[in-house]
Design a protein around this ligand. Structure first.
Ligand code: HEC
Length: 139
């Protein structure tokens, strides 16, 4: 009987573990922290640059088929980390708006810029974490 009780206790304990709601919480938390590149774009860029990344002419410049972005994608690192409010010309249109710094991690900067390059613009260029660190240290 004693043995049976112990077995029962172990059984209950192991079940308990698998179902532990705090563990499930943890998994959830990790998932939301590790956003996919598209999720980063949707959360941090879409409000201005729009779902289709084509922006709003004269107000928010496009990131899809943007001659300014594709001419030097590394420049986007600086835009994202530190914001931008100088006059720029994108696809022939003048923009003198204000882009505030975007509060995301260096890894997220790499993810979102490479998402824009590879998936949105279908070009083969890429930026690296080293370039983000360089911009951070030299700005
Ligand atoms: C609050 C609005 C806003 C948000 C959010 C925002 N931007 Fe911008 N972005 C702007 C504006 C306005 C400009 C033009 C700034 C200027 O005139 O100097 C700009 C310019 C740019 C440019 C350079 C111009 C171009 O079109 O190639 C890039 C690249 C860019 N943003 C990328 C991003 C990325 C990536 C995110 C998200 C991580 C983001 N922006 C979030 C408003 C925003």
């Amino acid at each position: 009987m004693k043995h049976l009780l112990i077995l029962f206790a172990v059984f209950i304990a192991s079940c308990g573990n698998a179902e532990d709601p705090s563990l499930r919480q943890l998994h959830k938390a990790n998932r939301t922290l590790d956003l996919s590149a598209k999720e980063i774009y949707v959360k941090h860029c879409v409000a201005c640059h729009q779902q289709d990344a084509k922006g709003i002419k004269g107000i928010f410049p496009p990131l899809k088929d943007s001659d300014y972005f594709l001419e030097d994608p590394k420049r986007a690192i600086h835009n994202i980390l530190f914001g931008q409010n100088e006059e720029i010309i994108v696809n022939g249109a003048i923009y003198k708006g204000l882009m505030p710094p975007v509060k995301i991690t260096d890894e997220e900067v790499v993810k979102v810029v490479n998402y824009l390059l590879e998936k949105v613009n279908k070009v083969e260029q890429k930026i690296t974490i080293k370039e983000v660190l360089w911009v951070r240290e030299n700005s």
